[in-house]
Unconditional design. Structure first.
Length: 336
């Protein structure tokens, strides 16, 4: 790798970190219900986004406006990365990923604006959150494909063993991505505290969805000061979206643990893959703990926001592990 390629790789890592920070900022907007703290777009209370005085960053305005500023910076960094890829990156498919990143970040900005202008419709908000994870995956892929590990490192490989791990890693990655969609759906349907106990749900493995049970659950939440009477009642679909996210978390956890177990047990796969596997387990433990604490602390906004961050980090590291296994499965780099 020459100097230009190395700097491009470093900038791709930098962009990936910035996207993770952007997702974190967005999660603070959601966790503090600040989505409409700034009701206009692309301006902020009629003023230029970049000239809005800091003295007016009060309450929810701080979270929403700060989120927009980070998003603007990420958009600029994405354009810079695409330029660097065009100039220094010899792999054509990676250059095309840079162009795709520009398209996605523009679409993401439009969805963010529509979320505000249409007063936070769940469909657009969930699409906005899902596209953010997709954008992170694109940037993470660029960072990986521009790395010396992908371009230079020669690995011991066994095609049959590699295929087996590769296929299962794809399933795990898809499961994590689906879990993040479930999480976004739960947040934007305001279902995070539809169930406020753990590991059971209102003392049951799975709560009942009949009208009488839901009425009783609402009374319990009011008596526990989880909800106020003025909040209105939780609905069957809020219970269902909450439990879908919670239940799928167990499947995702099992999938990651099983994948890592098989990787660590295998003597053919390279040490870098095993190191990433250890890191993924550490992230999983942290993420699972944050999910439980989100419920038990009545969705304390800092914990809930960091939970979203670690969800995105879980997705990114799972993708890196998948791509490393793919690399390990090839006797030579395939020209895409």
């Amino acid at each position: 790798m020459n100097r230009g390629e190395r700097n491009t790789h470093r900038f791709a890592i930098f962009l990936s970190i910035c996207i993770l920070l952007l997702i974190t900022a967005g999660s603070f907007v959601t966790s503090t219900d600040s989505g409409l703290a700034v009701p206009d777009w692309p301006n902020t209370y009629g003023e230029n986004l970049f000239l809005f005085p800091f003295s007016k960053w009060i309450g929810g305005i701080f979270y929403e406006h700060f989120h927009r500023l980070i998003a603007s910076a990420v958009g600029l960094f994405t354009i810079i990365l695409a330029i660097l890829l065009k100039k220094y990156e010899p792999q054509k498919f990676v250059v095309n990923l840079g162009y795709l990143a520009i398209f996605v970040v523009i679409l993401q900005g439009v969805l963010g604006g529509l979320t505000v202008l249409f007063l936070l419709p769940p469909a657009i908000s969930i699409s906005h959150a899902t596209l953010a994870q997709t954008f992170l995956c694109i940037a993470t892929s660029i960072a990986f494909f521009t790395s010396s590990f992908w371009k230079e490192e020669r690995l011991n490989f066994n095609i049959e063993v590699g295929k087996k791990y590769y296929r299962f890693a794809i399933l795990v990655f898809c499961a994590v991505f689906l879990q993040l969609i479930f999480g976004a759906t739960m947040r934007h349907f305001k279902s995070g505290l539809a169930v406020a106990d753990w590991p059971l749900a209102f003392g049951e493995i799975f709560p009942s969805l009949d009208e009488n049970s839901i009425l009783e659950y609402n009374n319990q939440l009011i008596n526990q000061n989880v909800r106020l009477f003025a909040d209105g009642t939780i609905t069957w679909y809020q219970l269902l979206t909450h439990m879908l996210h919670r239940t799928w978390a167990y499947f995702v956890s099992f999938g990651i643990i099983f994948l890592v177990y098989k990787i660590l047990k295998n003597k053919i796969l390279s040490q870098p893959i095993k190191n990433v596997s250890y890191f993924l387990i550490l992230i999983l433990i942290t993420q699972f703990t944050l999910g439980v604490l989100t419920v038990l602390t009545k969705k304390y906004f800092i914990i809930a926001s960091i939970h979203v961050t670690f969800g995105a980090l879980t997705l990114a590291v799972t993708l890196i592990l998948l791509l490393m296994i793919y690399k390990n499965n090839k006797s030579k780099i395939i020209s895409l």
